[in-house]
Design a protein. Structure first.
Length: 137
C-alpha cells in the first residue's frame, strides 16, 4: 500500500490534471452541445462561447487543485492573463481543426469536437505546467 501511495503522490499533479482536464472538457462539450443542439447556435460561435465558459472553469480548478497556486494578488492576475493568452492559442487550434474537418471534409461536428478537445487538453497541460503555473525557482 505504501508503494501505491508514493506513486500517487509522485504523479498527483498529472492525475489531477487529467481528472480536471476531463471535467473541463465535459464543461466545454456540454456547453457546446447545449448551444448547438438546443439553442441552434452556429458551431463556430458555440465553440467560442463554450471556450469562454471552460477557460474560466479551468483557471480556477488548475490554480486551486492541480498546480496548487495559492497566490492571489498580482500573481493571480498574471496567471489569469497567461491562461487566457495560452487558451486563445489553443482556441485558434481548435477552431482550425473544427473548420477543416467540419466545413472542408464534412465530418460530423460532435465527433470532431471530441477529437479536437483531446489535442487541446494536451497542449493546455504543457502550457499550464511550464508557463502559467510554473514553480518559482
Amino acid at each position: 500500500m505504501g508503494k501505491i501511495r508514493a506513486l500517487l503522490d509522485q504523479y498527483r499533479e498529472l492525475i489531477s490534471y487529467v481528472f480536471w482536464g476531463a471535467m473541463t472538457t465535459a464543461v466545454n462539450y456540454l456547453s457546446y452541445t447545449l448551444l448547438t443542439e438546443i439553442l441552434r447556435v452556429h458551431y463556430l460561435a458555440a465553440t467560442v462561447t463554450a471556450w469562454i465558459i471552460s477557460v474560466l472553469f479551468a483557471y480556477f480548478v488548475n490554480k486551486l487543485f492541480v498546480f496548487q497556486s495559492r497566490n492571489w494578488g498580482r500573481t493571480a492576475l498574471r496567471e489569469l492573463w497567461q491562461m487566457v493568452a495560452s487558451r486563445l492559442f489553443s482556441l485558434g487550434l481548435e477552431m482550425a481543426v473544427m473548420w477543416c474537418f467540419v466545413d472542408l471534409l464534412r465530418c460530423p461536428h460532435l465527433a470532431v469536437k471530441l477529437a479536437a478537445n483531446v489535442v487541446v487538453v494536451i497542449v493546455n497541460y504543457v502550457l499550464s505546467k511550464w508557463i502559467i503555473f510554473r514553480k518559482s525557482a
